[in-house]
Design a protein around this ligand. Sequence first.
Ligand code: DX5
Ligand code: ZN
Length: 233
Amino acid sequence: MRPDRSIKIAPSILSADFADFGQEIEAIEAQGADWVHVDVMDGHFVPNLTFGPPAIAAFRRHVTTVMDVHLMIAPVDPYIDAFARAGADVLTAHLEAGPHIHRTLQAIRGAGCKAGLALNPGTGIDGVENLLDMVDLVCVMTVNPGFGGQKFIHSQIDKVKRLRALIGDRPIHIEIDGGITPETAPLMAAAGADVLVAGSAVFKGGSVENPAPYGENIRAIRAAAEAATGVMA
Ligand code: DX5
Ligand code: ZN
């Protein structure tokens, strides 16, 4: 059976109102989000600090789609069970976060989550080759991790093309994270990505009181990506 390659939009709540996560999550889901992308940052692996398992458990009470948790932390292993218990559906660890990524991915699946592998812009895809049986998703960073609102790194387009060829028909999502807009989304969809994370491009112009722009922004990104691939949901 051919894997689902339909375009999925995953708004990153890093760009949401930090005083109103529950309402923001409900708003983006009501406005068409397919997944909810949650950026966990430890101030060590990346130069920013966000939230831990207790916050994830609180978000879980509002997420009805897929909670896609992006772990920008090192080490990863000591925290996997806590994030899984908090309700993550997908747990994505960075290849660069430590020397034993195979064990990390084993632990993520062992904890009952889908396993994601994230690659920083400076990391090649050769490290993925021996992990294709261990991952459900590969996240290609198109910004250097740590902040929303950064500029898309175009050199990653070729990496995605090569990654899609490496993955072939395996049921592995290619997720793009950073600088996704209606202008950059088609570039990555055409290269073979199916999950598009977008923070600033989704939340711009809207609010919990006025969520309509969230829906307009999500539809614009989705339409641009689908036009580039012809794959409708
Ligand atoms: C960056 C995060 C991204 C970021 C995306 O470290 O992993 O998910 O929130 O934000 P935008 O879409 O604004 O680049
Ligand atoms: Zn992210």
